[in-house]
Design a protein around this ligand. Sequence first.
Ligand SMILES: Nc1ncnc2c1ncn2[C@@H]1O[C@H](COP(=O)(O)OP(=O)(O)OP(=O)(O)O)[C@@H](O)[C@H]1O
Ligand SMILES: [Mg+2]
Length: 254
Amino acid sequence: MTKIIAIHSYRGGTGKSNLTANVATMVAQAGNGNRVAIVDTDLPSPGIHVLFGLNEDQMKNNLNGYLWRKYPIEKAALDVSHIMNKKAANSAMYLVPSSIKVSDISRILREGFDFEFMLEGFKNLTKSLKLDYLFIDTHPGLNQETLVSLTISDMVLYIMRPDSQDFQGTAVTVDVARKLQVPKIRIVINKALKEYNFAQLAQEVESNYKIRVAGIIEQSDEVMRLASKGIFAARYPDNQISKVIQGIARQVMT
Ligand SMILES: Nc1ncnc2c1ncn2[C@@H]1O[C@H](COP(=O)(O)OP(=O)(O)OP(=O)(O)O)[C@@H](O)[C@H]1O
Ligand SMILES: [Mg+2]
């Protein structure tokens, strides 16, 4: 059975794409031959391809093309296994990017797309690539494509910053995941200042939302310096942030 994990946040810029790419990579290189794919469902503002060093030319086939019924979804899956810093036998990693062409983005915004067909695409992708894990990187906020993704997810990771706007917004989105009966819901706190008491912060969030905190990632100059030009946890495996990401990956796998 393929495990489907949605990564979501109420507000933008919380670190969804960075976390998705990092956790997915850690799951792929866990050592037991995991086959992993990420789908960038952030059709209005795609970005996760940047972390894998892909440019527009390499992304001629993409989720948009599948949604417009030009080719099967597996034709849009790019092998990004090179990103792993240790590649276990049989493991593999794929990315289905969204188009960054302005005309494609405006067509999506103008016409929308068939949500059921997107779900069918997820199913076809898991079958044809024999996936163990499918990660869905989402557009922030509550929108139909996220809601539809949640209905088929085994797990959702909510990313929030320790900011009052995030606190309130996360309450709304977590409620939606509960109503949709997502089997496993976890919160990741990102961009926490080093001076915070992390244990206390986790406790506050857990008692507020009645949801377990999968990890707290500090606000980091090193992450900013990397500027989404790579997978932090693969580049700096011994860094404290990488350890937290590895811990989140373990929770995805159990
Ligand atoms: N722990 C961190 N410390 C410092 N900077 C971070 C951290 N996590 C993410 N960032 C930075 O925050 C910015 C936003 O990250 P990212 O693109 O992953 O967020 P996002 O939630 O996917 O955004 P969007 O809502 O636009 O899709 C990036 O510049 C990234 O490098
Ligand atoms: Mg993003």
